[in-house]
Design a protein around this ligand. Structure first.
Ligand code: GDP
Ligand code: IMO
Ligand code: MG
Length: 453
């Protein structure tokens, strides 16, 4: 066998979001982690908020892979993640205080570090965009808006990675000389810009940043490894590896609703970039989708249910039943009917092999459930998604109305126990997307899950 020959591809699986994030990836990863040896985050940073509920106890994970709740698993933060050391240490402390063993956590020495000035830049850019929006309000045709980022420094950290010279990687935190050079370069190249954008602000002192960075390096040093070799060796040894996406395919920097996206590759293409494991090793790709749509931050959401009328009331009901408030920022999530045009596009981008459908329980109590199956253009309906935000903003959803169900379904443990209208809704999704629903979730708890592989 040649050096690069591995055991069958099906040893690796991926969990990706098929919508705008918050599809329930954390819950699905936690379920699937039971049958894997390692769980790996490959993109994003502390913008993610993945919730796992076990026997009524809720865990919110931002940087740590959702497999951490099983003591025997390896949990890897890959090189494609942008790491905020403060958030990581806070998260580790929080888990340990609740009795979770975090001994399996490993961090790539090549993950980029979110520095304090990245967060300042993220906030300053958003505030500047807001000022432009306000100044241009009322001018027809002007569509400037802030992105609505999480202000966690994600975009500026990835931009620094592309700029190269001043970018600090986790491994650099352990080498004072290199670290000092990089911090000085970064501050020299961006401080004027941040001050200009913010319109005020004190200079960032490099010594303060240096002290902070050295402290962070010391704290995380025992977890730092070359995770590319670690993971490829695990795959070669036939171990089962699960890749956990952050954010969602429609927030992918290339394939999402640009420019209202995040700054990383959230689709499975990000696995090769963000871990060094070739994506063709991934045999099973589970696309997670909720039974309706949500989005946090700005950008088009064609099926949005908002405003003072009946649509807004439906949106409020879904938001409250689904606890649709951000895990990371607490912002209320925008809510809409399911957009299957968007989901089909994401399923295509990811080579999805099966669906995990979440939040079906949230839709109980509606006489009719609407599903968008295309966008109307005059008398024609197109089933082509429009990933450009300006084009998508003009899309008019074409709806199919399906009968709703009145019973609560949180206690159902097999499809047969669902009301027939709920079953028909699931079958409609399977038929439209052309993929089986392999996991069906009817509540946040680990136990509220049906697995039909
Ligand atoms: P992620 O970012 O994709 O991991 O999703 P989040 O954790 O940010 O948001 C999903 C929310 O829905 C969390 O509060 C979960 O606990 C919850 N959740 C997951 N699956 C279900 C489900 O089937 N029904 C209900 N009602 N809540 C769910
Ligand atoms: P999880 O992993 C939902 C959104 C932000 C904003 C845009 C850019 O929990 O599904 P950023 O801070 O990344 O530059 O913000 O992307 N966003 C998310 N929305 N879930 C997420 O992660 C998100 N991560 C980023 O709200 O609109
Ligand atoms: Mg989330």
């Amino acid at each position: 066998m040649s050096e690069n020959t591995t055991k069958p591809a099906s040893n690796c699986s991926a969990v990706v979001g098929l919508q705008w994030g918050d599809e329930g990836k954390g819950k699905i990863v936690d379920i699937l982690a039971a049958e894997h040896d390692a769980v790996v985050r490959y993109n994003g940073g502390a913008n993610a908020g993945h919730s796992v509920v076990v026997k009524g106890e809720r865990f919110s994970l931002h940087l740590i892979p959702s497999g951490i709740l099983y003591p025997s698993k390896i949990a890897v933060i890959g090189n494609g993640v942008v790491l905020d050391p403060d958030k990581l240490l806070e998260e580790i402390d929080g888990l340990r205080a609740r009795g979770v063993d975090t001994g399996g956590l490993v961090i790539s020495d090549r993950a980029h570090v979110v520095m304090p000035y990245h967060k300042a830049e993220d906030a300053a850019r958003e505030d500047a965009l807001k000022r432009v929006r306000i100044a241009q309000a009322g001018e027809t045709g002007r569509k400037v808006s802030e992105i609505g980022t999480t202000r966690r420094g994600i975009g500026p950290a990835y931009a620094e990675k592309a700029h190269r010279a001043g970018a600090v990687r986790v491994g650099d935190l352990l080498h004072a000389e290199t670290l000092r050079d990089k911090i000085e370069i970064a501050i020299a190249t961006k401080m004027d810009l941040i001050r200009d954008l913010a319109g005020s602000g004190d200079a960032i002192e490099s010594q303060k940043v240096m002290d902070w960075a050295l402290g962070a390096g010391e704290a995380i040093a025992p977890m730092v490894r070359d995770t590319t070799y670690l993971l490829n060796n695990l795959v070669k040894a036939g171990k089962k590896v699960l890749f956990e996406s952050a954010n969602g395919t429609l927030l992918d920097v290339d394939h999402g609703t640009y420019p209202f996206v995040t700054a990383s590759s959230c689709s499975i293409a990000g696995i090769g970039i963000g871990t060094g494991v070739p994506v063709q090793r991934v045999g099973r790709v589970i696309g997670v989708m909720k039974a309706y749509s949500t989005r946090v931050g700005a950008g088009p959401l064609p099926t949005e249910l908002a405003g003072p009328g009946p649509d807004g009331a439906i949106g409020d009901r879904i938001r409250n039943r689904g606890r649709e408030f951000g895990t990371t920022t607490g912002r209320p999530r925008r809510v809409g009917w399911l957009d299957l045009t968007a989901v089909k596009y994401s399923a295509m981008i990811n080579g999805t092999t099966g669906i995990a459908l979440t939040m079906l329980d949230v839709l109980a109590g509606f006489d009719t459930i609407r599903v968008c199956t295309g966008y109307a253009d005059g008398t024609k309906v197109s089933d082509r998604f429009l990933p450009d935000a300006a084009a998508l903003a003009n899309a008019k959803p074409h709806y199919v109305d399906l009968p709703g169900f009145s019973e609560e379904i949180g206690a159902a443990r097999s499809r047969n126990e669902l009301p027939k209208q709920a079953r028909a809704y699931v079958e409609f999704i399977e038929q439209q997307v052309g993929l089986p629903v392999e996991i069906l979730s009817v509540g946040p708890d680990r136990a509220q899950t049906m697995i039909q592989v």
